[in-house]
Design a protein around this ligand. Structure first.
Ligand code: GCV
Length: 725
């Protein structure tokens, strides 16, 4: 008996230590970040601490130079691996790949593979302000910039004073070197090779010598891990910090100012990557302020960067009301500029034409500028996906986008793209990495200084997924989920219980995105979010005097007749911006994909539509379909809870409890979304819920009154949410 007890105690101690050691703070990695300053030493140190088996051979092989930078091969013969690459960073990527293979149970006895990145630049954009707050950040404060929050003046709503945001009073102070090194390592381990540490709503201050000295320190920490540093810049910097009277890109003094500034940067950071620019968008200054085009603005910066091989990532997120449909505006402004951008300019385009909604049509700008380099911008931080309260695995959204863009490009009867492929190459391959071409992909990060890095452990999966897809955009979302969950939640475990729990976690992850679409905005609905902070539903939002396209009613267009934005040829004709065959498909409500129906059409409440809801294909009225999707979303949120409950005892206890608590919030929020949207749209349709849809548990008037009063830097607490509903 005593013997049994001892065995039992040591077994539970063992299990406890296995389960409790992985609270997610280590992300998907084991061991610690080597502090070596040579990339090769880091690769060796990582293999020493994590690879189990015969010592791998690392070999620089210049004959692999023809492949995109960072490419590597791994050959394993009788258990002895050889990693080869033309560059040290390729060897480092190979080392991480090899370790990942072993830790996820791949064949590491006899195998041969070559890996090459899909895009040359794989970059994270951080919307971190110099005062340490993070715009749309839900994981604490910045890991790059640290100024005391107490020094910031706040208004009655708790928002930080704009002046203090632009001109923080504290001197810049570099945060923990260890944290930055861990960050660099995490990125390198999944192939991310670049970062922008400051917000695209950029403070001119970041270009002052004082701040550049701090950026240099960051760059020095990142470099051995193959991470290049870029900066988001404010177009009016020559005026704000340079004392000039204009920032006109054609003004000689302005050009001189940028040339000198760029020289100063490269003196400090010889491998500096370049600038990211948000111009003439949401109040940011830009070339239009001086009567110049985006091309003239971008090219002026590109010329200054060119001698140093620097680039300009110029954002196409613009929506000045040149057309009554916001979804058309970026295309209208940028497409005519095709061919005018210098070859070290790349246009950064959000995946959809509005703004990182749970589901969007892809932006028609992709493929519409054959003479211009284009890159996609995704959003990892969950601005529109329940912040860090909701569990949302985003790889299915990103693979859907990649598939759409590639499918359209491959369509042989597509005139516009055929013409394009004659001139260059089809869109799919044009975006792809080629050794000498400028190709890139970016995402807005969800990283902050919270212990879990991303606000909760499950949210790390999206950082991981971005890196893996940026490296290989053919990877399926389910494979990435499998890798991430094994590495992060069940490292070193392949017993039956862990395998079962792993299946549950993957089930939860893979259903999460569609669940969110269903309980927030099904059938192509979009932007029904609360004003400002974008948490929770507010289809009824009405701010007197506000820009119409900042209000949900502009997008839903609910009326007695029906619901949805008519973007067909009988409406705004946004469909006409797409390649001809796809445009025809979208233009007809009978052939438009049902999940984009209300994006492109205003559909009568009683019109019969065919759609898929969960696993069922249904034919029913728009109103019934809408009700069924909201119900489906709520049911799925509950199913996600059940998936997670099955993991109790098999996942670190704190992580388990934290995600369990968030899933409870998510399910209550799903109910809030369902009730808020359906009760509000019912005031137009005047139709009853179908019998198999649960009646509302909230009162519309009470929901209308909810104002969370949070800033754009916060996720609402459970207590706050409990207090309002
Ligand atoms: C950084 C949306 C967000 C803003 C963000 C902007 C952008 O509008 O709500 O917070 O600003 O996109 O991408 O520039």
């Amino acid at each position: 008996m005593k013997k049994h007890l001892t065995i039992l105690t040591s077994l539970s101690l063992f299990l406890f230590s296995v389960v409790s050691a992985h609270d997610g703070s280590q992300l998907w990695l084991q061991g610690s970040a080597p502090s070596a300053t040579s990339t090769l030493e880091i690769a060796n140190a990582e293999l020493n601490q994590s690879w189990k088996g015969a010592a791998p051979v690392l070999r620089l092989n210049k004959s692999m130079k023809a492949l995109p930078d960072g490419s590597f091969s791994i050959t394993i013969q009788a258990g002895t691996p050889t990693i080869q690459s033309a560059s040290e960073v390729g060897l480092l990527y190979g080392a991480y790949h090899l370790i990942r293979m072993q830790q996820t149970g791949a064949n590491v006895r006899d195998t041969a593979l070559v890996e090459q990145p899909s895009y040359n630049i794989r970059i994270l954009n951080h919307w971190d302000n110099l005062n340490g707050t993070i715009e749309r950040g839900y994981a604490g404060r910045s890991i790059f910039w640290r100024n005391s929050a107490d020094q910031m003046r706040r208004n009655a709503d708790g928002e930080v004073n704009e002046e203090d945001l632009l001109h923080p009073k504290d001197a810049p102070e570099i945060p923990s070197v260890d944290r930055l090194r861990d960050y660099a390592r995490a990125n390198a381990s999944i192939g991310i090779n670049a970062y922008v540490p400051d917000n695209v709503n950029a403070s001119p201050k970041v270009l002052t010598t004082e701040y550049l000295q701090e950026v240099k320190k960051m760059a020095d920490i990142m470099r051995p891990y193959g991470m290049k540093t870029y900066l988001a810049i404010n177009f009016a910097s020559p005026m704000v910090i340079g004392g000039l009277e204009t920032a006109d890109p054609l003004d000689k003094n302005v050009q001189k100012w940028w040339t000198a500034k760029v020289k100063e940067i490269y003196k400090l950071i010889p491998d500096f990557g370049g600038f990211l620019v948000k111009a003439n968008s949401e109040g940011q200054p830009g070339p239009n302020d001086f009567g110049r085009t985006h091309a003239e603005g971008a090219n002026m910066l590109a010329k200054a960067l060119k001698p140093f091989k620097g680039i300009v990532m110029w954002r196409a997120f613009v929506y000045s009301p040149s057309d009554p449909d916001r979804a058309k505006q970026a295309y209208l402004e940028f497409q005519p500029l095709d061919g005018q951008f210098l070859d070290n300019v790349i246009i950064q385009i959000k995946n959809g034409p509005i703004d990182f909604q749970p589901r969007e049509a892809y932006s028609a700008l992709f493929g519409a500028m054959p003479q211009t380099r284009e890159m996609a911008e995704w959003q990892i931080t969950q601005e529109y996906l329940g912040h860090s309260n909701h569990i949302a695995y985003l790889a299915p959204m990103w693979t859907e986008f990649l598939q759409q863009v590639k499918d359209i490009a491959r369509c042989p009867i597509n005139n516009q793209l055929l013409a394009m492929s004659n001139q260059q190459s089809a869109q799919g391959s044009k975006l792809k990495a080629q050794n000498s071409k400028l190709t890139a992909i970016s995402a807005v990060s969800n990283v902050g200084n919270s212990p879990s890095w991303c606000g909760n452990v499950m949210a790390q999966s999206n950082w991981y997924a971005f890196g893996r897809l940026a490296w290989n955009d053919e990877l399926p979302a389910c494979q990435i989920a499998d890798e991430w969950a094994r590495l992060t939640l069940f490292p070193g475990r392949n017993d039956a219980a862990a395998t079962k729990a792993l299946a549950s976690v993957k089930g939860l992850m893979l259903r999460s995105r569609e669940a969110i679409v269903d309980y927030m905005m099904p059938l192509g609905l979009h932007h029904q979010f609360a004003w400002g902070h974008h948490y929770g539903p507010e289809p009824y939002c009405d701010i007197p005097g506000a820009r119409p396209d900042w209000m949900p009613s502009y997008y839903a267009k609910a009326d007695r007749e029906g619901l949805g934005f008519n973007r067909s040829s009988t409406g705004s004709n946004a469909t006409g911006q797409y390649p001809a065959d796809y445009a025809r498909l979208l233009d007809n409500p009978e052939t438009c994909p049902y999940d984009l129906l209300l994006w492109f059409h205003h559909v009568p409440w009683g019109k019969t539509i065919q759609h898929r809801c969960g696993s069922k294909v249904m034919r029913e009225s728009l109103w019934d379909a809408l009700c069924h999707h909201y119900q489906q979303g709520l049911d799925e949120a509950r199913a996600m809870q059940r998936d997670w409950e099955r993991c109790q005892g098999l996942i670190d206890a704190d992580t388990f409890a934290d995600i369990q608590r968030r899933l409870r919030i998510q399910t209550r929020d799903a109910q809030w979304w369902k009730d808020g949207c359906l009760l509000y749209f019912q005031t137009f349709s005047t139709l009853p819920f179908p019998d198999d849809v649960e009646p509302a548990v909230h009162d519309l008037d009470k929901l209308r009154a909810i104002k969370l009063g949070i800033t754009n830097y916060e996720c609402p607490s459970q207590e706050l949410l409990d207090s309002v509903r």
